[in-house]
Design a protein around this ligand. Sequence first.
Ligand code: ADP
Ligand code: MG
Length: 240
Amino acid sequence: RKSVVRITTGSQALDELLGGGIETLSITEAFGEFRSGKTQLAHTLCVSTQLPLSMRGGNGKVAYIDTEGTFRPDRIVPIAERFGLDAGAVLDNIIYARAYTYEHQYNLLLGLAAKMSEEPFRLLIVDSVIALFRVDFTGRGELAERQQKLAQMLSRLTKIAEEFNVAVYMTNQVIADPGGGVFISDPKKPAGGHVLAHAATIRLMFRKGKGEQRICKVFDAPNLPENEAVFQITPGGISD
Ligand code: ADP
Ligand code: MG
């Protein structure tokens, strides 16, 4: 039996909200508006996953699938320094791949699974999980096919989480109304619909607060209360 490892987010408030951090053997979905901190948390987790268990890390490597071209190796440097790690070594332990189509994204997962059977990984990031599905399946008639392919992708992610004791962190952007801060799509039903909602073990909604302040709310997590936590985005990554 594999035991759950909880990886620190860099914010004590956020860790407490999550019962200790982002969990292995699970999928965590972060959904929310543009600039709410989803990708910045991904960058912070790239570093904290490499910390020893005694420092609330995962003592493992990171796989990063980027569908939007928003990964910044330069961002990793100050975050590694903040956690007292060598930035070059941290970057060497992040296996990065840019995906251009949903099929490419799926094939990358197959390749990563092979790598994970050889080396100790603790985190898989997919930022963002459905952006390419929105591009590749546009017509109304394609909705059923899109949901089927999405379900296939998500079942692959679940399998990876369970087989390799990895934390899967995936993001999902939701369109916000720039005027009122009201979600055009129901935040309970973000793009991806029920297929996505059922695959994620823990769903987190991110939104902007004042300045660099961000708010995270727990949605539909089986063993966590539906509370909120406030965190900050700093040069050293996610923090209190
Ligand atoms: P999302 O992925 O949810 O669209 P991001 O994670 O990219 O959003 O967050 C973007 C925000 O992160 C920016 O608006 C900025 O406030 C903050 N940010 C990015 N880089 C830094 C940095 N080096 N120092 C402080 N804040 C930063
Ligand atoms: Mg992003």
